[in-house]
Ligand binder design. Structure first.
Ligand SMILES: Nc1ccccc1C(=O)C[C@H](N)C(=O)O
Ligand SMILES: [Zn+2]
Ligand SMILES: [Zn+2]
Length: 207
């Protein structure tokens, strides 16, 4: 059974402070067209559960279409690290993450999803270097960012990208136990995209 770990996209979804509100409307109704309802979406590429392309924080960085889709499908490990402000290398070392290419970190730190949190846990730089050294290629969080909310320089976004680690944000992992899963979280084929909403799904691996 696949489990949906995506935020639902409705007109009340919280967005990054100051960012474009999400909107879905029926632009042309069935009555108007005589045949079909046609919806219109307005949204930031960083709405809800989404991936970041390096172009989000680097003008020379890859855009969504340039990202390898294989990153976003395959086995993933979920670890539960609640009640921390800083996620440290030592702690990750203890989790025996060898051979993990997709790592999802459940922090439980974004409790009220109707608003953006003021502060969120982050990885220390040594932890990013450690994950890169063991071969992690995708990191996902149940958080709206991999940097502090007020950060303008986005050091973790840059360090992850330069280490070859791709970013998945805004997962809903509330009820998901630690363990080994299959993940699907594919971005849209946005040619100019700096990010893309995804439908993120998990399936428990037997074992
Ligand atoms: N600064 C922003 C301003 C407007 C919209 C989004 C942001 C973000 O940085 C979003 C977050 N860091 C993200 O990677 O989704
Ligand atoms: Zn983002
Ligand atoms: Zn981000």
């Amino acid at each position: 059974m696949w489990i949906d770990v995506s935020q639902r996209l409705d007109n009340n979804i919280a967005v990054w402070p100051g960012d474009t509100p999400f909107s879905y409307e029926v632009d042309v109704s069935k009555e108007e067209s005589g045949s079909v309802n046609i919806g219109k979406l307005t949204l930031s590429t960083h709405t809800g559960t989404h991936i970041d392309a390096p172009f989000h924080f680097d003008n020379e960085g890859k855009k969504v279409i340039d990202l390898d889709i294989n990153l976003y499908i395959g086995s993933a490990v979920i670890v539960h690290l609640p009640n921390r402000q800083l996620i440290q290398k030592e702690e990750l070392e203890k989790l025996k993450l060898d051979n993990v290419t997709r790592l999802l970190i459940r922090t439980d730190a974004w409790q009220n999803r109707t608003v953006y949190p003021e502060e969120i846990p982050t990885l220390e730089s040594e932890a990013i270097d450690y994950l890169a050294s063991i071969g992690v290629l995708l990191i996902g969080f149940d958080l709206p960012s991999v940097d502090h909310m007020e950060s303008k320089t986005l050091p973790n976004h840059h360090r992850l990208a330069s280490s070859g680690i791709h970013i998945l944000e805004g997962l809903i992992l509330d009820d998901i136990p630690s363990g080994l899963y299959q993940l699907i979280a594919l971005p849209l084929p946005l040619v100019e995209g700096d990010g893309s909403p995804v439908r993120a799904l998990l399936k428990k691996e037997k074992k």
